[in-house]
Design a binder for this molecule. Structure first.
Ligand SMILES: *Cc1c(COP(=O)(O)O)cnc(C)c1O
Length: 406
């Protein structure tokens, strides 16, 4: 391959800002669900770039399509119409049953737009101090507004003063939400992940999402469902909330939508589709032809190859294999999730599993200190899922013997 690429890993980079706890691994290329580091060691990828690489690596249809787009137009700004925006927006509207779409480039940017929509929705109704209901253990991003909406003190530490206008409640408890908002005329929206990702893979119950829909309808609030991580087919439906049968008013998307090309989107229903007028919101990169092509091709290939069905069946295969291996062992608190979004919660911190797995040729993540999170590409096969279990289950058992002996 390219001889000028670095083939070693610096302990710490003198030039890249030190914002991540990185593994001492530098990846060079990938194929499907497998990646290779610069030393030639191969890994099975059960992280998928944090739920981003929907089609795995070096997909035989995505790559030529992107190459074609590169030669045509990468970027041109939103001073002009971008026909691929219309194509992708129409597809997202069809899949969601909603009305229109705003394009941006990342998850936090999609959520920032959602929060602005909620505020203008309030101001348009004469509410001068609009407030949005958010959740414990939520994660919505790292901008000042989205970290204020996030329910993790570690994300917020050092960055106060936080943005005002949030009411925080526990998940899956409609009475707590009703108590926290009772008699408050300033509430404009409820903002919730259908399955919390970074916070530890916590699914909202289907019944709870239906209760949220009812409460929002009864009070004329926007229901805004952050599908940045759990959306785009990962759970076996296009969007995780669709298991509950409801529709949101606002749905931020990002991670998996472009199979690795940065892209974000806010899909809105009738109640939110016309809040923004020209001049209210915008972004330079959002909706550029390369990102739009990535989104269009990702969805086309997902439909053609029935990847929702694959996510559901391989995800269930993976989940039940871990249940067989681990359920009932001391130290195993819960095995949860849907489709290819799986969380295994231990009773002890388990960050060292990330390194041990990598040493054994498997990429995973640990979130919320004790939750092993698996969010692989939606092309993963049952054979590869079995390999994930064969590598990871013994490492979990070994860790529990060290830290939580029976
Ligand atoms: C990752 C994530 C975000 C933030 O996305 P970025 O692209 O990192 O800004 C927001 N919400 C959820 C649910 C996420 O998982």
């Amino acid at each position: 391959m390219t001889a000028s690429l670095p083939t070693h890993v610096e302990a710490a980079s003198p030039h890249v800002m030190n914002t991540y706890g990185r593994l001492p691994i530098a990846l060079s290329h990938g194929q499907g669900c497998r990646v290779w580091d610069v030393n030639g060691k191969s890994y099975l990828d059960a992280l998928g770039g944090i739920a981003v690489n929907t089609l795995g690596h070096n997909h035989p249809e995505l790559v030529p399509a992107l190459q074609d787009q590169l030669t045509k137009l990468i970027h041109c700004s939103n001073y002009y119409h971008v026909p691929l925006q219309e194509t992708l927006a129409a597809k997202l509207v069809e899949l969601s049953g909603l009305e229109n779409v705003f394009f941006c480039s990342t998850g936090l940017e999609a959520n920032e737009a959602a929060l602005k929509l909620a505020r203008k929705f309030g101001h348009d109704k004469g509410i001068d101090f609009p407030e949005t209901v958010v959740f414990e253990t939520a994660f919505h991003g790292r901008s000042i507004a989205t970290l204020s909406a996030t329910g993790n003190p570690k994300v917020q530490a050092h960055f106060g003063p936080l943005v005002e206008g949030f009411i925080r409640v526990p998940i899956n408890n409609i009475d707590a939400l009703k108590r926290a908002t009772a008699g408050n005329p300033n509430v404009v929206a409820v903002f919730v992940e259908a399955i919390q990702g970074e916070g530890g893979v916590h699914p909202m119950n289907d019944g709870y999402l239906r209760e949220l829909r009812e409460v929002c309808d009864a009070n004329d609030w926007l229901l805004m469902i952050d599908e940045v991580q759990c959306g785009m087919g990962r759970t076996g439906k296009w969007f995780a909330h669709q298991w509950s049968g409801i529709k949101p008013d606002v749905m931020p998307l990002a991670k998996g939508l472009g199979s690795g090309v940065p892209i974000g989107a806010v899909v809105t229903g009738p109640k939110a589709a016309h809040i923004f007028q020209p001049g209210n919101h915008g972004t330079t990169f959002g909706g550029n032809p390369l990102a739009m092509r990535a989104g269009v091709e990702t969805i086309r290939i997902m439909e053609k190859d029935a990847l929702l069905l694959n996510a559901a069946t391989v995800g269930e295969h993976l989940r039940s294999a871990f249940v067989r291996e681990l359920q009932g062992l001391p130290g195993i608190k819960d095995i949860r999730g849907r489709g290819l979004m799986l969380g295994i919660e231990l009773s002890v911190p388990c960050a060292e599993l990330v390194t041990r797995s990598a040493d054994n040729g498997l990429l995973i993540s640990v979130t919320a200190d004790r939750v092993i999170r698996l969010v692989p590409s939606l092309i993963m096969t049952t054979v590869e899922a079995d390999e994930v279990v064969a590598i990871l289950a013994p490492l979990i058992k070994q860790l529990l013997q060290e830290k939580a002996p029976a």
